[in-house]
Design a protein. Structure first.
Length: 416
């Protein structure tokens, strides 16, 4: 990948970062309505910040560095992230150019590619992460000879859907209008509740393309009809059986990533089912300073701090209720953001008559954790009528605080 434009950012060659190794840069456009960081940007960087080093996976893109808006170390000053450069391009281009071998000659290549992609998806699903936009253009190639090593990129729609890091509360429905038509699972197209197995359908479409060539349709119903027709015409083979299991229209009967990896086709080529690897969010942010500072405060200071937090919690609950927050994790997130902001941005944020920092923390958490997000433009125009505590909300100040808080949170808005 040298350069290109995708819906959630642009990729460019960043050059060498000092050790001779070349990297790629993904720059993010701000929200076109208010110039703030988009939710997709916050989610992608937050998840990839967690999935680094010990929490990483060889078939998932790794985050190398982040440049905040205004800096010009890697680019022209836009917000961007630095990641490895995959000079062989993406799988979609490789399929279109005929670089993925067809027929018996490409059998081993296809199986190894499928194994790499499925191990990445199984790793995500083991950790309750849904990608929601798996397609051949979002699979880059880190090695291309007799063996193709796939790397899954573009996590702008990804999020935790279960467990203690779940973005939405149990029973909530995720946004239906996501993904790319050719690769979108039937349950998503029908606007039905969907889960992790929607990713498995998308993987199935990618593997179908590896088998028969590029699929090119831009409407959901047309894509489903074409896929149904192509799957029905596949000759019996272990790879076709794998694809059929992933492209089962009924999500309950569809193969999960791990079920697919257990199929005999992989063991035949000496490829094993990977062990379950659980991500430890705390480990991603451990520092020596954290270890040294634990347990050093005296009881009096702890008591004062607890009293202060209790007062803050009441205020946070009031503010969250005022803008209609329903997810309990939103309030917890505001507490974490407020503590971070107090240490790095504004030590008087509890006085909302003179500071809007706590208000901004509430809005950031609302956007990250709520199914229905407060509209910033409406909040400005409201002028305190429906949201009296937010009468002094200022969009420019919010933009600055959003950027500063994201940086202070080490570019990860998930609670830890």
């Amino acid at each position: 990948m040298s350069s290109g434009t995708l819906p959630h950012g642009s990729y460019h060659r960043a050059g060498s970062l000092g050790a001779g190794e070349e990297f790629a840069l993904k720059s993010f456009d701000p929200d076109e309505d208010n110039d703030t960081l988009e939710l997709g940007t916050l989610r992608e960087v937050s998840i990839l910040r967690i999935l680094r080093e010990a929490n990483g996976h060889p078939n998932i893109v790794s985050l190398v560095d982040v440049q905040t808006e205004g800096e010009e170390e890697y680019s022209d000053g836009s917000f961007c992230m630095i990641m490895p450069l995959y000079s062989h391009g993406d799988l979609g281009s490789a399929i279109a150019k005929g670089l993925v071998k067809q027929g018996p000659a490409g059998r081993k290549q296809r199986v190894e590619l499928a194994h790499g992609l499925l191990t990445a998806v199984a790793f995500l699903h083991d950790n309750h992460i849904i990608h929601r936009d798996i397609k051949s253009a979002n699979v880059t190639i880190s090695q291309m000879n007799e063996k193709i090593v796939p790397v899954l990129i573009d996590f702008s729609l990804a999020k935790f859907v279960d467990g203690e890091n779940a973005v939405l509360p149990p029973g909530s429905t995720h946004t239906p209008s996501i993904g790319t038509p050719t690769y979108t699972a039937p349950e998503v197209v029908k606007r039905e509740p969907y889960g992790l197995k929607s990713d498995c359908w998308s993987v199935g479409v990618v593997l179908l393309e590896c088998l028969i060539g590029e699929l090119n349709v831009d409407r959901d119903k047309a894509a489903f009809s074409l896929i149904e027709k192509e799957v029905a015409s596949l000759t019996d083979s272990p790879f076709a059986t794998l694809v059929r299991g992933l492209l089962e229209p009924d999500a309950d009967k569809r193969s999960s990533a791990r079920e697919a990896l257990e199929m005999p086709i992989f063991s035949k080529f000496g490829l094993e089912v990977p062990a379950v690897k659980v991500v430890n969010i705390g480990r991603a942010f451990e520092t020596d300073e954290d270890e040294e500072s634990s347990g050093t405060a005296d009881n009096k200071r702890k008591k004062q701090k607890n009293q202060k937090l209790t007062q803050r919690q009441k205020l946070i609950n009031k503010l969250c209720s005022e803008i209609g927050c329903k997810n309990p994790r939103t309030r917890l997130a505001v507490e974490v953001y407020a503590k971070c902001a107090e240490e790095t941005i504004d030590d008087e944020l509890d006085d909302i008559k003179t500071s809007t920092t706590l208000l901004d923390c509430v809005i950031i958490a609302n956007h990250f954790y709520e199914e229905a997000m407060i509209n910033l433009e409406e909040l400005v125009e409201d002028n305190g009528e429906d949201f009296p505590s937010f009468v002094d909300f200022d969009l420019e100040t919010y933009k600055d605080n959003q950027s500063a808080l994201f940086m202070s949170m080490d570019y990860c808005l998930y609670i830890r």
